[in-house]
Design a protein around this ligand. Structure first.
Ligand SMILES: [Zn+2]
Length: 235
């Protein structure tokens, strides 16, 4: 895990499994509550990660595969996740926004000129519902003019096998084929197309969760933890 600069004064980081307190299928830096891990362990992992990143606090979501966007101004006390939302936006420096995942991409956005950052969890359903376009619209409603984005690790379009009917019902940009020739979805390609349509320049962390042992993958492991993409304005 290392923080990198997304834009002027904006940092992002994607965590992995390494360096936390968890055991068994959650070994070891699980950041998601409600996946069967001990809540105390999850909160310790969150505190350690936030300290390593040097942020004053972080906001996590209880994600429900929606296009709901919430504006946040502080870290909730007592480890409460923002309920029933899949995207958050803030204008507060040093407050990190986290999107959790284990195959679903975290999409982190920033508009440094307007002093805004946002994070979205954009899995299959969220991408179909347009959670990333909803987040970009919220950023622009708050004064954002020139947002940039980074799309995090995800199950790749060569691994994410789905039933044929599901692929056929997906938008063209999302349709893919596995490396073994069966129907698949490519969420990152679909999200890229959404960002392109909105005129938002996007970077990519191209890692595939299924193919990367140091990342959690629900598709690969079933019972497992969640890593996070974080975005914050430093200083
Ligand atoms: Zn893959």
């Amino acid at each position: 895990m290392g923080a990198m600069i997304l834009a002027d004064g904006v940092r992002v980081a994607f965590t992995d499994r390494i360096g936390g307190f968890g055991t068994g299928p959650y070994d070891s830096r699980n950041l998601g509550l409600n996946v069967g891990d001990e809540p105390e362990t999850v909160l310790r992992n969150r505190a350690r990660t936030e300290a390593e990143l040097g942020v004053e606090g972080a906001v996590y979501m209880r994600q429900i595969h929606s296009a709901n966007v919430a504006r946040v101004g502080r870290a909730p006390s007592g480890g409460e996740d923002v309920p029933d939302t899949d995207a958050v936006v803030t204008d507060r420096p040093n407050l990190a926004l986290a999107a959790l995942g284990a195959d679903c991409p975290a999409v982190l956005v920033a508009d440094p000129g307007a002093g805004l950052v946002g994070a979205a969890h954009s899995g299959r359903v969220g991408t179909l519902l347009g959670v990333v376009p909803a987040l970009v619209a919220e950023l622009r409603a708050m004064g954002g003019r020139d947002p940039v984005a980074v799309v995090g690790p995800a199950a790749c379009g060569r691994c994410y096998e789905v039933p044929e009917a599901m692929r056929d019902a997906a938008p063209e940009a999302m349709r893919s084929t596995t490396s073994w020739g069966t129907p698949a979805l490519d969420l990152r390609a679909a999200i890229s197309a959404q960002l392109d349509d909105l005129g938002v320049k996007a970077l990519h962390d191209g890692r595939c969760t299924i193919e990367t042992p140091e990342l959690y993958s629900y598709r690969r492991d079933g019972v497992t933890g969640r890593f996070a993409g974080y975005v914050w304005m430093s200083g």
